[in-house]
Structures are given as structure tokens and as C-alpha cells.
Design a protein around this ligand. Structure first.
Ligand code: CTP
Length: 398
């Protein structure tokens, strides 16, 4: 089933490294060509000889061969691979991946890889549960890295809990799933996602913006792409990197976002309007810096165009999802927006909910359509994205 697939199997230095042998065998048996790259510490846990024998190729650890100076090109490895799978992935390697640290061949290969990347974390339960590790995993997920959840059970330390490397069979099945186009429920579909905050200039120095970080919209774009959809992510200002498989169009103002979203909606099967678009913009942008005086200052603002409402007018039979951020009379306001913008459903965030809103990695939302409301529990934004895309899929199938 993995016939002819090139898998770069990264092994890091944890006690679970011994399971990489069984995993490698399963991948080779399924027809994959496996190239093993190990961190220097991983060699202490499983021998290069074992891995070279099972993968039928010399394993790679160092940037170059100290004997003859032959260079192990991480760029070439990155190009060769159809998938980079890091199993086990220690807390240390996950942290380095998150921060772009490149101090061994495995990490430089990761940074060079153009292919999908999957990690199977394995560590002690407290290291796994630590906020640092969880935030790193969250960041990697947001960038499109697939995570094979660890199992719960007895750990090498003798403690019981979550952190045990997933069994090799489960990891191999996960890998097959990644390659199985049939499992890509949205392949052939295309969506426009708007995300992040717009910036409305007042003069060459100042601007009006809002607190949106774009995390929810980026999680949605990543989830749609993971399921095989083409995604145009029309993004306002954000610090986030483009998720795997997503095409990003960067914009600043509400007017630019309008143009880009309307253009991308032409060839799309639907849209998800997640951006925090300014409702007002300065009526005129001063071409020089506005100087202060002793008087108060007011800046005349004019309305921007509503992107969601415009796509709602154009949508025909296509799918359109919107967001609503409310502080009071939440259900009522969201239902009114659903109608006004001709949406199929609307995702309501209430700023009254702890753990929901700007900048955080979790969200608590209610999905509202014309037949009712479904309140979801507090969960990571990546899971909220999966639930939203589940709902979109069920509407597309209708
Ligand atoms: N939206 C949009 N274009 C705008 C404004 C909003 O596409 N110019 C989209 C948002 O991406 C979101 C939804 O519309 O999906 C939010 O609705 P909106 O009525 O604009 O919410 P608020 O900006 O919060 O408006 P209000 O001040 O009425 O609460």
C-alpha cells in the first residue's frame, strides 16, 4: 500500500526508539523505501546496524562522513521524501522543530522538507503534559504537522499516564492513511478562508486594527488542506506561518481583503469567513504624519464593504460559513448575521467564555444554523476546526 513511497524516518533519542525497528519493518513490508536519519543520541538507544539492516540502506546521523568527507545533503533528503515521519519524537526535538533549531541532520532535513511531516511523540507523562510541550505540539499542528497521539499506559519510568509511543502498527496505519487519497474526503474541492486582522492606515505611521491573531482561521485552512481540499487563505496581519498545502494571499486592509476574497471565491466550492475585518476605515489616509496640537482630534471613518455578505450574495448553491464574536445577546446577534449574510452556518464565539477568544490556543464555540444550535465544549482550536470542517462536509454531501 506504500509501494514506491519515500519515507524519511527520523529517530530521536528516547527509550521508545527500540520500537522504531518494528515500525521500519512494517513500512518496508508495505512497500515503502525508508531512509533512516537518527539524532546522535538516538544511537545510544538503538544501533545504526539494526536500522540499516531493516531499512536496507545506510542510516544517516552526521552532516558529513568523517572518514571521507562525503556530505549528507539535507536538502536532497528533503526533496527525496514523500513523507518525513519522526518516531519517536522527544520533547527536545519537538521544541527544536517549533523554534527552527538546526543542530543535527534530522532537524536540518525537517527544515528542508517540502513534503508532509508527521511526528509520533514519546516521553514521560509530565514532560508530555507540560505546557511547553503542549504549546509546541499546538504550534506544529497549526503549521500542518500531523501528530500521532501517544498512548496512555505504563511508561519506562514506571509511572502510568499518557506519553507512550503509539504502537508501530498504529503509526504505520496512520502513515497509510496520509497517503490514501480516498481518505481525503475533500480532494477536488476548493475553499477560500479569510483569517487574521485587517489594518486600516490613518497616516504613514498609525493604523487601526484589532486583537485577532488569525489562529482559528489558520487552523481551519490547515484542516481543509489536510483533508485534500485546495485552500486559498486570504490573510490579514498575523505572525503565523502558512500551513502545509495552503496557498496564502497576504493583504492589509479590508478593501484589499474584499478584492482578494471575491476573486478567490470565483473558482471555489465555498468559503469560511474567519477574519476580523474592520467595519470602519479612515475616510481619508493622510499622506503625511498627523501632527499633534493641543486640541482633541477626531478621525472621520467610513464603512468598509462586508466580504461575507458579498460572497453570500454570489454564492448560489455553494457553502458559506461565518463567524460571530459577541459579548451579549449572543444567540440573537449570531442568528441575525446568519440571515443577513446568507450563511449556511455561523460559528459563535462569546467573549464571556473563559478560554475562548483572542490569542489563546483553545476555543469554545456554538455552531448555529437555521435548525438550531450545537454548543461544543472547550477544546484546542485545531479540534474546533475539525468539527467545523465535519459540519461543512456533511452539508456538501447533502
Ligand atoms: N465580515 C466580513 N467582512 C466585513 C466584516 C465582517 O467578511 N467587512 C465577516 C467576518 O469574517 C465574520 C462575520 O462577517 O465571519 C462577522 O460579522 P459582523 O457582522 O461583521 O460581525 P462584527 O464585525 O462583530 O459586527 P457587529 O459590530 O455588528 O457585531
Amino acid at each position: 500500500m506504500l509501494s514506491g513511497k519515500h519515507i524519511l524516518l527520523g529517530i530521536t533519542g528516547g527509550i521508545a526508539a527500540y520500537k522504531a525497528a518494528a515500525l521500519c519493518r512494517l513500512l518496508v513490508k508495505a512497500g515503502a523505501e525508508v531512509q533512516v536519519v537518527m539524532t546522535p543520541l538516538a544511537k545510544q538507544f538503538i544501533t545504526p546496524l539494526t536500522m540499516a539492516t531493516l531499512s536496507r540502506r545506510p542510516i544517516l546521523v552526521e552532516f558529513f562522513d568523517p572518514e571521507n568527507g562525503a556530505w549528507n545533503s539535507h536538502v536532497r533528503l528533503g526533496e527525496w521524501a514523500d513523507l518525513m515521519l519522526i518516531a519517536p519524537a522527544t520533547a527536545n526535538t519537538l521544541a527544536k522543530m517549533t523554534h527552527g533549531i538546526a543542530d543535527n541532520l534530522l532537524l536540518t532535513s525537517y527544515l528542508s522538507a517540502r513534503c508532509p511531516v508527521a511526528v509520533a511523540p514519546a516521553m514521560d507523562l509530565d514532560m508530555y503534559a507540560h505546557t511547553a510541550t503542549q504549546e509546541n505540539l499546538q504550534t506544529l499542528r497549526r503549521r500542518g504537522v500531523a501528530v500521532v497521539e501517544p498512548d496512555s499506559g505504563e511508561l519506562a519510568s514506571g509511572l502510568e499516564g499518557k506519553g507512550r509511543l503509539a504502537e508501530p502498527e498504529r503509526i504505520a496505519a496512520f502513515v497509510e492513511g496520509l497517503f490514501d487519497e480516498k481518505k481525503k474526503s475533500l480532494s477536488g474541492k476548493r475553499f477560500v478562508v479569510t483569517a487574521g486582522a485587517t489594518i486600516e492606515p490613518i497616516d504613514p505611521v498609525r493604523y487601526i486594527t484589532n486583537r485577532s491573531t488569525g489562529k482559528m482561521g489558520y487552523a481551519l485552512a490547515a484542516e481543509l488542506a489536510r483533508r485534500g481540499a485546495g485552500v486559498t487563505l486570504v490573510s490579514g496581519r498575523t505572525q503565523l506561518s502558512v500551513p502545509q498545502g495552503v496557498e496564502r494571499v497576504e493583504v492589509e486592509t479590508a478593501a484589499e481583503m474584499y478584492e482578494a476574497a471575491v476573486a478567490a471565491f470565483e473558482g471555489a466550492d465555498g468559503g469560511v469567513m474567519c477574519a476580523a475585518v474592520a467595519d470602519y476605515t479612515p475616510a481619508a489616509v493622510a499622506d503625511r504624519k498627523i501632527k499633534k496640537s493641543d486640541d482633541d482630534l477626531s478621525i472621520p471613518l467610513k464603512r468598509t464593504r462586508d466580504i461575507a455578505a458579498e460572497l453570500g450574495r454570489r454564492k448560489g448553491g455553494r457553502l458559506l460559513v461565518g463567524f460571530a464574536l459577541e459579548t451579549d445577546h449572543e444567540g440573537e446577534h449570531a442568528a441575525a448575521k446568519l440571515e443577513r449574510k446568507n450563511l449556511d452556518f455561523i460559528v459563535l464565539n462569546s467573549l464571556r467564555d473563559a478560554g475562548a477568544g483572542f490569542g489563546v490556543d483553545t476555543n469554545r464555540v456554538t455552531l448555529i444554523d437555521r435548525s438550531g444550535a450545537e454548543r461544543l465544549p472547550l477544546m484546542p482550536k485545531s479540534e474546533v476546526a475539525a468539527r467545523i470542517v465535519d459540519r461543512m462536509e456533511s452539508l456538501l454531501l447533502k
